[in-house]
Write a protein that binds this ligand. Structure first.
Ligand code: SF4
Ligand code: SF4
Length: 168
């Protein structure tokens, strides 16, 4: 199957996802542990930064991020083009669950809401749950949008693409 065939990006409005705030307790992230969150709360936590879809290398026990991205990431809106089928199509695409959040070495970015909360930090001021605006992750410069990125299909040696961005 070609990438083109798989390009089945759904009509999706990140802002509409915030409608689910009506279904959960106000500021649930301040008084609930990750393990006690329901699916709706868990999903709301994701800021949509797209940084977990960068390719990484493990070198001497440390994760090095590259500025290469999964071929199915839409770099304009930082969303997965094949979200519903992602685990079937991309065998090494990781589900963001508790195990992933607590894995060592850390492979989620420092700004990832799951990692922050699990490590005792607050959500950042630009997080959509704080601003009420799904776009704030982009307008504040905390997503991949606008960054110099390379599609993994164009990469031969990932070591040439290692980056040390402050927010990774
Ligand atoms: S890094 Fe974390 S907050 Fe950002 S898109 Fe991935 S799971 Fe969501
Ligand atoms: S398949 Fe997985 S790694 Fe690739 S863009 Fe989708 S969520 Fe990200």
């Amino acid at each position: 199957m070609s990438d083109k065939t798989l390009d089945i990006e759904p009509e999706y409005s990140p802002q509409s996802r915030l409608d689910d705030l009506k279904k959960v307790e106000p500021e649930f992230w301040k008084h609930k542990k990750l393990e006690d969150m329901n699916k709706t709360e868990w999903e709301l936590l994701c800021d949509g930064c797209g940084k977990c879809c960068l390719n990484k290398l493990e070198i001497k026990g440390k994760i090095k991020f590259t500025n290469t991205h999964c071929r199915f990431l839409n770099c304009e809106n930082c969303l997965c083009k094949i979200y519903k089928n992602r685990f079937e199509v991309v065998p090494d695409c990781r589900d963001i669950d508790l195990k992933a959040v607590r894995e060592k070495p850390r492979w989620l970015p420092k700004t990832c809401a799951y990692w922050l909360l699990d490590n005792g930090y607050d959500l950042p001021s630009w997080h959509p749950l704080i601003t009420g605006d799904a776009m704030s992750v982009h307008t504040s410069g905390n997503s991949l949008k606008g960054r110099e990125l390379v599609n993994e299909s164009e990469v031969d040696d990932y070591e040439n693409y290692i980056v040390d961005w402050q927010d990774l």
